[in-house]
Design a protein around this ligand. Structure first.
Ligand SMILES: Nc1ncnc2c1ncn2[C@@H]1O[C@H](COP(=O)(O)OP(=O)(O)O)[C@@H](O)[C@H]1O
Ligand SMILES: Nc1ccn([C@H]2C[C@H](O)[C@@H](COP(=O)(O)OP(=O)(O)O)O2)c(=O)n1
Length: 237
């Protein structure tokens, strides 16, 4: 080995894998993207993948409440996630799905589809493969990253926030598009939390070794700074 190669091997930081979980509206996507961008890591939104498979089921006339039909179709769509935190992408069978996966129709159906074990097995394999290929590491966000997808992650974070704060944040995003009143948004969030936490296969849950951060009274910038510090502490440990 030449001196230069030896020096590079000694100084390059090891790849770091970060899992960020939590319910809807706690700040997972915004925090994960920003942390990945600041630290030069890749970024994966696993919720977008569950939304993408749900969108495909709806577009192909599969009854999302028929678990057997969803299971049978689970292997069909080709889902590709682009993991650049400055411009994450998602395609289904080569088609850009970033817009259609955010509609209320998909949001209302995604918990039923993501409760089907065959769907979870398929997407978990895909997520592990993407994480394994990230050269400097990755921030992966979802509901079961710390417990199931990446149980050996270097850092696990579980974000929480009050239902009121989460509903207000979601309504802020929907303004002018599909805006609902605050109470309706909050009720829909709580319903989805219950479905995601109550399913049999890898439910939404905090891993025993995850750091919990309550974001209710924190700005997004404060949450990002907190997670960046947690990653840096792990790296220097
Ligand atoms: N700590 C925070 N304070 C205020 N708004 C926030 C905070 N974290 C996130 N947001 C905003 O709330 C909305 C939902 O955040 P997002 O990151 O999509 O949450 P999640 O991925 O957990 O559903 C976004 O509009 C985001 O800018
Ligand atoms: N790792 C994951 C990620 C998301 N899901 C399911 C459950 C969630 O309600 C949906 C949508 O996730 P997404 O992160 O897009 O949801 P929000 O941005 O919080 O509205 O996907 C899951 O079951 N497992």
């Amino acid at each position: 080995m030449s001196d230069t190669v030896e020096t590079a091997a000694r100084t390059a930081p090891a790849a770091v894998v970060v899992g960020i979980d939590g319910p809807s509206g706690t700040g997972k996507s915004s925090t994960s993207r920003a942390v990945a961008a600041k630290l030069g890591l890749r970024y994966l939104d696993t919720g977008a993948q569950y939304r993408a498979i749900t969108w495909w089921m709806l577009a192909n006339g599969i009854d999302v409440d028929d678990a057997a039909a969803v299971a049978q179709a689970a292997g069909k769509p080709v889902i590709v996630s682009g993991t650049d935190p400055s411009a994450p992408t998602i395609t289904v069978d080569g088609e850009d799905a970033a817009g259609p996966i955010r509609t209320q129709r998909v949001t209302a159906a995604v918990s039923a589809v993501s409760a089907v074990p065959e769907v979870r097995t398929r997407l978990t394999e895909l997520q592990r493969a993407i994480a394994a290929e990230a050269p400097h590491g990755i921030v992966v966000e979802g509901r079961d990253i710390g417990t199931t997808v990446l149980p050996d992650a270097d850092l696990k974070v579980f974000l929480t926030a009050s239902p009121e704060a989460r509903a207000a944040r979601r309504n802020g995003e929907l303004k002018g598009k599909e805006a609902a009143d605050l109470a309706a948004t909050q009720a829909a969030l709580i319903k989805r939390d219950a479905a995601d936490s109550g399913r049999k296969t890898s439910p939404l849950a905090k891993a025993a070794d995850a750091v919990e951060v309550d974001t209710t009274d924190l700005t997004l910038e404060q949450v990002i700074e907190c997670v960046v510090t947690l990653v840096e502490d792990k790296r220097s440990a």
